[in-house]
Ligand binder design. Structure first.
Ligand SMILES: [Zn+2]
Length: 127
Protein backbone atom coordinates (compact mmCIF):
# COMPACT_ATOMS: atom_id res chain seq x y z
CA UNK A 1 0.00 0.00 0.00
CA UNK A 2 1.15 3.55 -0.70
CA UNK A 3 0.64 4.49 2.97
CA UNK A 4 3.35 2.05 4.00
CA UNK A 5 5.68 3.38 1.36
CA UNK A 6 5.10 6.97 2.51
CA UNK A 7 5.73 6.02 6.13
CA UNK A 8 8.94 4.19 5.25
CA UNK A 9 10.00 7.12 3.11
CA UNK A 10 9.38 9.55 6.00
CA UNK A 11 11.35 7.33 8.37
CA UNK A 12 14.15 7.18 5.80
CA UNK A 13 14.16 10.99 5.47
CA UNK A 14 14.26 11.40 9.26
CA UNK A 15 17.23 9.04 9.59
CA UNK A 16 19.04 10.77 6.71
CA UNK A 17 18.54 14.15 8.37
CA UNK A 18 19.79 12.76 11.70
CA UNK A 19 22.93 11.41 10.00
CA UNK A 20 23.45 14.68 8.17
CA UNK A 21 23.16 16.71 11.36
CA UNK A 22 25.63 14.41 13.15
CA UNK A 23 28.10 14.80 10.29
CA UNK A 24 27.76 18.58 10.33
CA UNK A 25 28.27 18.66 14.09
CA UNK A 26 31.32 16.38 13.92
CA UNK A 27 32.76 18.46 11.11
CA UNK A 28 32.29 21.63 13.15
CA UNK A 29 34.39 20.12 15.96
CA UNK A 30 37.36 19.88 13.60
CA UNK A 31 37.60 23.58 12.77
CA UNK A 32 39.17 26.30 14.90
CA UNK A 33 37.54 29.17 13.01
CA UNK A 34 34.94 30.47 15.48
CA UNK A 35 32.78 32.14 12.84
CA UNK A 36 32.75 29.01 10.75
CA UNK A 37 31.84 26.97 13.81
CA UNK A 38 28.96 29.31 14.57
CA UNK A 39 27.62 29.00 11.06
CA UNK A 40 27.82 25.23 11.27
CA UNK A 41 26.04 25.25 14.62
CA UNK A 42 23.30 27.45 13.12
CA UNK A 43 22.99 24.94 10.32
CA UNK A 44 22.85 22.16 12.87
CA UNK A 45 20.01 23.94 14.69
CA UNK A 46 18.12 24.41 11.44
CA UNK A 47 18.48 20.73 10.65
CA UNK A 48 17.24 19.84 14.15
CA UNK A 49 14.20 22.07 13.63
CA UNK A 50 13.61 20.46 10.25
CA UNK A 51 13.88 17.01 11.84
CA UNK A 52 11.30 17.89 14.51
CA UNK A 53 8.95 19.22 11.84
CA UNK A 54 9.25 15.97 9.88
CA UNK A 55 8.50 13.98 13.04
CA UNK A 56 5.46 16.14 13.68
CA UNK A 57 4.25 15.65 10.11
CA UNK A 58 4.77 11.89 10.31
CA UNK A 59 2.74 11.80 13.55
CA UNK A 60 0.02 13.97 12.01
CA UNK A 61 -0.07 11.76 8.92
CA UNK A 62 -0.47 8.63 11.08
CA UNK A 63 -3.24 10.27 13.06
CA UNK A 64 -5.07 11.36 9.88
CA UNK A 65 -4.75 7.88 8.37
CA UNK A 66 -6.25 6.38 11.53
CA UNK A 67 -9.05 8.95 11.48
CA UNK A 68 -9.79 8.22 7.83
CA UNK A 69 -9.75 4.46 8.44
CA UNK A 70 -12.09 4.96 11.39
CA UNK A 71 -14.48 7.06 9.30
CA UNK A 72 -14.57 4.80 6.27
CA UNK A 73 -15.15 1.68 8.36
CA UNK A 74 -18.23 3.07 10.13
CA UNK A 75 -21.08 4.58 8.17
CA UNK A 76 -23.77 6.06 10.43
CA UNK A 77 -27.43 6.62 9.57
CA UNK A 78 -29.29 9.74 10.68
CA UNK A 79 -32.13 9.64 13.23
CA UNK A 80 -33.56 12.85 14.75
CA UNK A 81 -30.61 14.81 13.33
CA UNK A 82 -28.13 12.59 15.15
CA UNK A 83 -25.91 9.77 13.94
CA UNK A 84 -26.69 6.18 14.83
CA UNK A 85 -24.19 3.36 14.27
CA UNK A 86 -25.17 -0.21 13.42
CA UNK A 87 -23.60 -1.71 16.54
CA UNK A 88 -25.33 0.78 18.90
CA UNK A 89 -28.86 1.36 17.54
CA UNK A 90 -30.14 3.08 20.72
CA UNK A 91 -27.43 5.71 21.01
CA UNK A 92 -27.65 9.11 19.28
CA UNK A 93 -24.30 10.69 18.46
CA UNK A 94 -23.39 14.24 17.50
CA UNK A 95 -23.03 14.52 13.69
CA UNK A 96 -20.73 17.55 13.85
CA UNK A 97 -18.20 15.87 16.16
CA UNK A 98 -18.19 12.80 13.92
CA UNK A 99 -17.92 14.70 10.64
CA UNK A 100 -15.24 17.11 11.80
CA UNK A 101 -13.10 15.08 14.23
CA UNK A 102 -14.29 11.48 13.84
CA UNK A 103 -15.29 11.63 17.51
CA UNK A 104 -18.26 9.67 18.80
CA UNK A 105 -19.90 12.05 21.31
CA UNK A 106 -23.31 11.11 22.75
CA UNK A 107 -26.06 13.72 22.70
CA UNK A 108 -28.65 14.32 25.42
CA UNK A 109 -32.28 15.30 25.15
CA UNK A 110 -33.37 18.89 25.61
CA UNK A 111 -36.99 20.09 25.37
CA UNK A 112 -39.15 18.79 22.49
CA UNK A 113 -37.25 17.32 19.54
CA UNK A 114 -34.01 19.15 20.37
CA UNK A 115 -30.79 17.52 21.45
CA UNK A 116 -27.40 18.82 22.59
CA UNK A 117 -23.77 17.66 22.47
CA UNK A 118 -21.45 18.38 25.42
CA UNK A 119 -18.46 18.75 23.13
CA UNK A 120 -19.92 21.35 20.74
CA UNK A 121 -20.37 25.05 21.60
CA UNK A 122 -23.22 25.74 24.02
CA UNK A 123 -25.36 27.51 21.37
CA UNK A 124 -25.37 24.56 18.93
CA UNK A 125 -28.61 22.61 19.18
CA UNK A 126 -29.35 19.46 17.17
CA UNK A 127 -32.82 18.92 15.71
ZN1 LIG B 1 -20.63 17.65 19.03
Amino acid sequence: MSGWRNNNMSTEIVSQVINLSKRVYNLSQRFKDVEFQHELLDLHEEITTFRLEISRLVDENESLKLELKHKTEQKPTTIDGCYVFDDEPDRLYCPTCWDVKALKVLTFKLHGPYRKCNNCPSDSIIK
